[in-house]
Design a protein. Structure first.
Length: 711
């Protein structure tokens, strides 16, 4: 940064960059002119005058704040912000401000070695001509994670951990005595003991757990969980506490509850489910149908603040990987004591509805109950009965289906958005290897359960949230879903016009969602269906938990909560506890405490989803491993500047054709229209287009499938 007297003269741009760096690296200091001259070694009059003029200009641009006639400091209001650092393996790191503004690019040299998800403070850099906006990390406020997962490499004098997805700039150094017996090639979990600093760029850690050999199914699944900081084993103390719980139901407890043991009740779940947390009962009462939505009374057994509760709070959700469930509660609770198993008396928290033939609610009440399920059904069995096959309690199931269809129709008329997302599933052999990949579509049996769960969740939320004017509603965790992003909706509208579709992007919530539904119905079965669904989904906000109710846009409900799955979701347990307290006449709970819990549960839900997606990716690559060289019909499922994602039509496995393999032309990425366009031959690759692909590579370690376009 220095300049010799009479040596190479600094130009204006160079001096501006030096000033910028000086103030950014010292965001809390005020510099007088003298201090600036000294720090930058400016020793000629013209240089000093140029620096004074530049500082004046930088103050005009709000980059600096003028403290006195001859001193300046960085303008913290506009130039310094806090938020989240997002690290990318390709070096295109970014900073996501807390206020939800646009992410800003952070080059590697300005990253201060921040890790993905770290809370950081950044200073914005003065915008250079024809350059994008950039930020510089000036402080790491907190690290998102203090552990890493990867493969050990043990050399003669030292060892290190090679992380997956290159989440660190450098590999993690491990002192030999901190290896815990790990050998080269072992997958390990390592706790970071020293982060990079100005003095040392090394990351140092110690092994906390050896997962096992790379390639072993359980090792790989545990590695995915550990990578996201999710637990892969149950603490002994928690399991021991669960063992001590008495599953017996006393006569005294039964007297306190409504008794449904003699009413027809059943559970309907996936065929491999073990934790049955909801059941339905139905009986005729006069001209009305009484339908009970019975939910496992987890909070009766799991007391607030207990060792089991603390572990459940931390986990906040069960995690569903392809071949295993990592439960929120110990197995004895989720699969035995709380699970609504057939022919066993069980404690429930229930919403009891009285419905007419069109499923209009004539009245309802919420009560603690005792039930005895008559039958455990798999979805497939119920679907067969609903489509005409004889079976146990066929009349009751068909009545429930008829009522559910009325509820569903009314929900869509009310403005709910239709997104029937298909889910990729695998059939797994005893070694955990996938032998078949297929999409699970929703049908009448799954929709029957879905409608009654939605009804119960909505009713519970309304029972607390809907109050008389001027009365403040008591605290409750709601499941909220904001309206779509207006700019993304406008992008969608501009996009679908090209296919001849019209769409509303302004007006009431109901008008927009009806317009979205008309679009979804209109493109059903057409070539562009997948493409339009994908772009529409991107315009949607993510649902989350909050005590501040704004309604649920996707379902078109003013009030909505999660009440129906306390075995696998912690928010449902919170709702059960609050409802019980309020029914006993308690005052409103502390909103701030519950808002913090809501934020934690939303974060854990996102983390669990990422781990679930990674397990699907791993199984997808494993499934395709022995199919290298095979050709398949596929369609383009995603487009990026670095290549095109293709989904195979036959088995729904997705891979990427890297840009380097599209060697017939130079392709430009058209972000607005979701396509790549060749410069010379103008050939276009568009989202949704059919393509013929050949499987080129299957990299299990990176969970990556590479395709090439087949001739």
């Amino acid at each position: 940064m220095s300049k010799k007297k009479g040596g190479k003269r600094l130009n204006k741009r160079m001096l501006q960059e030096m000033l910028q760096t000086l103030f950014q690296q010292n965001p809390n200091e005020t510099f007088s002119f003298k201090q600036v001259f000294k720090a930058l070694k400016l020793d000629t009059h013209p240089m000093k005058m140029m620096a004074v003029d530049l500082m004046e200009e930088m103050a005009w641009d709000d980059f600096l704040s003028k403290v006195s006639d001859n001193s300046y400091r960085l303008n913290l209001k506009t130039q310094v912000q806090e938020g989240t650092f997002i690290r990318k393996a390709n070096g295109k790191n970014s900073f996501q401000p807390d206020d939800g503004g646009t992410p800003v690019f952070v080059s590697e040299r300005n990253s201060l070695f921040a890790m993905n998800g770290d809370r950081v403070k950044v200073a914005y850099m003065a915008r250079r001509e024809k350059h994008i906006k950039e930020a510089m990390v000036v402080e790491i406020l907190s690290h998102k994670r203090d552990q890493a997962v990867g493969k050990l490499k043990v050399e003669k004098d030292y060892a290190f951990l090679v992380t997956e997805g290159n989440i660190f700039v450098h590999d993690v150094l491990i002192p030999k005595k901190k290896l815990k017996g790990g050998k080269t090639g072992d997958k390990a979990v390592v706790k970071i003991t020293q982060w990079p600093s100005k003095d040392s760029k090394n990351i140092v850690g110690e092994v906390v757990d050896i997962l096992g050999k790379e390639g072993d199914n359980t090792v790989e699944m545990h590695a995915i969980l550990a990578q996201y900081g999710l637990p892969y084993k149950y603490p002994k103390a928690v399991e021991e506490a669960a063992e001590k719980i008495d599953p017996g139901i006393t006569e005294q407890e039964i007297k306190r509850r409504e008794d449904f043991r003699e009413v027809f009740t059943c559970t309907i779940d996936p065929k491999d489910a073990k934790d049955f947390d909801d059941a339905l009962s139905i009986r005729k009462q006069g001209k009305l149908w009484e339908v009970g939505v019975h939910i496992a009374d987890v909070s009766h057994y799991v007391k607030e603040g207990s060792v089991i509760d603390k572990e459940a709070t931390k986990r906040a959700t069960s995690v569903y990987l392809v071949d295993r469930t990592i439960p929120m509660l110990p197995e004895r609770l989720c699969n035995f004591i709380c699970s609504l198993r057939p022919d066993e008396e069980k404690l429930c928290y229930s919403v009891i509805f009285h419905l007419d033939e069109e499923a209009n609610i004539k009245d309802y009440h919420i009560a603690h109950t005792v039930i005895k399920s008559d039958r455990r059904y798999a979805y497939e069995e119920v679907q067969e009965i609903l489509t005409g096959k004889d079976g146990d309690y066929a009349t009751e199931l068909r009545t429930l289906d008829k009522l559910a269809k009325c509820l569903r129709e009314r929900r869509f008329k009310g403005g709910a958005v239709k997104f029937d997302r298909e889910e990729l599933h695998f059939d797994i052999d005893e070694k955990g290897k996938p032998v078949r990949a297929y999409f699970k579509k929703s049908n009448d049996a799954t929709q029957l359960i879905e409608e009654f769960m939605l009804l119960a969740n909505r009713t519970v939320a309304e029972s607390i949230g809907r109050v008389k004017k001027g009365v403040k509603a008591k605290t409750l965790p709601y499941r909220i879903h904001d309206q779509p992003d207006p700019t993304k909706l406008e992008t969608l509208r501009e996009f679908v016009v090209k296919f001849g579709y019209k769409m509303k992007t302004s007006g009431t919530k109901g008008a927009i969602s009806k317009s979205l539904n008309a679009l979804m119905d209109g493109c059903q079965g057409k070539k562009e269906q997948k493409l339009i669904e994908t772009v529409a989904l991107r315009a949607m906000m993510k649902a989350k938990y909050s005590t501040h109710n704004i309604g649920h846009y996707g379902l078109a409900f003013e009030y909505y909560t999660h009440f129906t799955s306390p075995i696998r979701r912690y928010p449902d347990t919170m709702v059960h506890r609050l409802l019980t307290k309020y029914q006993d006449g308690a005052r409103s709970a502390n909103q701030q405490k519950y808002e913090e819990l809501c934020e934690h549960c939303s974060d854990m839900e996102q983390t669990a989803q990422m781990a679930e997606r990674d397990s699907i990716k791993y199984k997808m690559v494993e499934f395709m491993e022995d199919k290298i060289g095979n050709e398949y019909d596929a369609h383009i499922s995603g487009i990026q500047s670095y290549g095109i994602y293709c989904e195979i039509d036959e088995n729904h496995c997705e891979g990427m054709v890297p840009m380097r393999d599209l060697d017939d032309d130079y392709y430009d990425f058209d972000e607005r229209n979701y396509c790549l366009v060749g410069r010379r031959h103008h050939h276009k690759y568009q989202l949704g287009d059919p393509v013929r692909i050949k499987v080129a590579r299957a990299n299990l370690e990176k969970r990556q499938l590479d395709f090439i376009i087949a001739d």
